[in-house]
Write a protein that binds this ligand. Structure first.
Ligand code: UDP
Ligand code: MG
Length: 314
């Protein structure tokens, strides 16, 4: 029997390019006749004719499906919804603008057949994007990798292929403001990369203005690191030490000028306040971790247990 592969495509005002995307996807599916495909387009509250175009395509070809959001909920939630409706044994996520070429999904499928559960597209080069976008993205992924314990690979977006068992785990998570690429890393299983060259956008403009980019970066940092909450510890520590050094210098010189005394005292006292804020931050971080309600662990497989016991725990 042919295996079903789902391809999830978030769409926001992509009317200019959708016809080309449909065509490329149809051609792609003709080349891979060993699989059956379903193309899940999630219309994220587009104000243009995107929804109508997808509806028309779905009428002509039942492999094309539409999920229509009531308004713009954002790229990450569009992907999240698409994953929930995806019934394939493997599920790919790609942009509607053909910046991530579907041909790469062919390479991903080979790795999936070889036993990998998550195959993410890692950008080797990016064409047609501004210097600011390339540099800020590069910097962001490197900073994120330093401040979190989850191993989120650098230079990867949401372009990836996942086994259904990974998707099932993702579907169990109910985070209100998900950072999907981070959650996929967090879920685990056998993950690997496929290098690719990110193409220029063929039609329309980027739907990620600076404001959305910053919001995505903040979702990434705040959902995978509590370090910012604890930063006050370090600044507080530095302030206390600076204050103490000042006091020692005064002691050594036997000069107790009022000005110096006030400056050193304020360093010392604000240091104490900051350290306490950091302490509070640690507790808030723990509450935050608990509030996200991620499962505490995920079991990939077990051995030697009675089948029924193993199932009832899953
Ligand atoms: N997108 C979306 N909702 C949004 C913004 C973007 O569904 O609020 C979709 C968009 O149509 C595209 C994908 O997410 O398919 C990535 O967006 P875009 O190509 O604008 O981002 P970039 O490639 O410039 O980072
Ligand atoms: Mg794009």
């Amino acid at each position: 029997m042919q295996q079903l592969i789902s391809i999830v495509v978030p769409v926001y005002n992509e009317g200019d390019g959708l016809t080309a995307t449909f065509k490329v996807l149809r051609r792609f599916s003709h080349r891979l006749t060993q699989y059956q495909f379903e193309f899940i387009f999630v219309n994220d509250g587009s104000q243009d004719n995107s929804a109508t175009l997808i509806e028309q395509q779905a009428k002509q070809d039942s492999r094309f499906k539409l999920i229509n959001f009531s308004r713009n909920f954002g790229h990450q939630l569009a992907i999240t919804a698409g994953l929930r409706y995806a019934g394939g044994q493997a599920v790919a996520v790609m942009d509607a603008d053909l910046q991530d070429p579907p041909a790469v999904i062919g390479h991903m499928l080979k790795k999936w057949e070889a036993g990998y559960d998550v195959i993410y597209g890692q950008r080797e080069r990016r064409f047609g994007e501004t210097w600011f976008k390339r540099t800020s993205a590069k910097l962001f992924y490197r900073v994120l990798q330093h401040i979190t314990t989850t191993n989120i690979p650098v230079d990867t977006g949401d372009f990836r292929l996942m086994d259904q068992k990974v998707v099932r785990e993702l579907n169990r998570l109910g985070e209100p403001d998900p950072f999907v690429r981070g959650l996929v890393s967090w879920v685990g299983f056998k993950q690997t990369a496929v290098l690719y060259q990110r193409q220029e956008r063929k039609n329309g403009v980027s739907k990620y203005p600076l404001k959305k980019m910053v919001a995505l970066a903040m979702a990434g940092i705040t959902s995978f690191s509590t370090l910012p909450l604890k930063l006050a510890y370090w600044t507080g520590g530095v302030a206390i030490v600076t204050g103490l050094i000042g006091f020692n210098v005064m002691l050594f010189r036997h000069s107790w000028q009022t000005n110096s005394l006030i400056i050193c005292s304020s360093f010392f006292l604000s240091g104490i306040i900051l350290v306490n804020l950091g302490l509070l931050g640690s507790y808030v971080g723990r509450i935050f971790n608990a509030a996200r309600q991620r499962p505490r662990y995920i079991i990939a497989s077990t051995q030697g247990f009675n089948q029924l016991i193993a199932q009832s725990h899953n």
